[in-house]
Design a protein around this ligand. Sequence first.
Ligand SMILES: Nc1ncnc2c1ncn2[C@@H]1O[C@H](COP(=O)(O)OP(=O)(O)O)[C@@H](O)[C@H]1O
Ligand SMILES: [Mg+2]
Length: 402
Amino acid sequence: MPSHILVVDDDQFNLKLVTETLKRDGHQTTAVDSGVKALEVVQDIQPDLVILDVMMPEMDGYEVCRRMRKMSDVNRIPIVMLTAQDSLEEKVRGFEAGADDYMTKPFEPVELQARVKVWLRRALAVEKETGEVVGKTISVFSLRGGVGVSSMAVNLAVGFAGLWQKPSVLVDLALVSGHCALMLNTPLKNTWADLATIPTEEITADVIDEVLLSHPNGVRVLAAPRHPEDAELLDEEKIIHVLDILQANYHYLVLDLPHNFTPPSLAGLDASHTIMLLMSPELASVRGVSATLDVFTSLGYYRDRVRLVLNWVFERRGLAQKDIEKVLRDNIDLVIPFASETFVSSINLGRPPVIDDPKAPIGALFEDLAFFLSKDEHRKKKPESPTEAWERVIKRYRARRK
Ligand SMILES: Nc1ncnc2c1ncn2[C@@H]1O[C@H](COP(=O)(O)OP(=O)(O)O)[C@@H](O)[C@H]1O
Ligand SMILES: [Mg+2]
């Protein structure tokens, strides 16, 4: 089967040698001459295999490998490192960085062809065995509270469930003080605390399914513990494990993150395909966003994974969008208008706007946003039995284009 292989090497001669060899076997190739470029293109091209040189200026192969392992939608792609001959140390470092295999330079073209066959076959076998859906994961984040993080998370999760009628889950990672379940008026039968007492290796999809709350709209909720002290029983490893399982079993995950960079927050950010970074039109909030973007850069998150959202949580006298953009030296991707009454009813009655009144501007905005953030495979073709939510989104879309 022809496959798409990403080849990364700063040496032009080597780059050509590898790609020409692969092309002879009918593989499609993308060649880039730096690690930075590889990171830029890998999510777009979704290769079946990455062949990665170790010694490169600017960013070496280990670092590229580590960063790819942190990108949620490419972290399963096999990575093969090209190391200098017989350097055990290099091989070990490669595996530590998350490489699947290595090949020493110089190599014979036939050896490369044979090995590529094996790597691709192995990758295919893994895919079949796990038979996973890849849960599109959206996190909502802000370093400051009160800017509408939970409101957006709840509305998006409800939006996904309503649009596609596919397994969707809202994960409250604000473990100490989260109130997602309350915002959906869902009785707190079970919470994260129920998972705290179970050893991580015993937590399976079935176990998690029993802990998830069910909302009439179809969305499931993993609620924050009732007692803040229970949050401390949940270590990072367990949270990552639970997120992994959810991603393999649910089509959409929306993460309501706490307003900090503690382990639950970092685990959630790492697992996300898209991060909605919220701010209100106040200087402190904008500064928080600026600081957050710096942290994201140091975590290796690319800007294209982040959506900057300005939420008018108050009515007047906020900073103008263009001034905020000047401070951030970046563009706001989405503005949510002030919508006091709808939001207050949402909190008090446990009915988010997307459910309460999806035709009102704010409900429609979140429903459209959920559609826009949906998987390509869902968005790009008409569902067999379209939901009312889908019909509404399409109707609005057509009206806007007229
Ligand atoms: N666009 C908006 N217009 C009016 N009120 C809003 C808006 N977005 C959020 N709110 C209100 O702001 C408050 C804080 O929202 P919440 O989602 O709990 O924020 P966070 O999770 O960031 O602390 C809530 O009372 C919510 O109803
Ligand atoms: Mg909140």
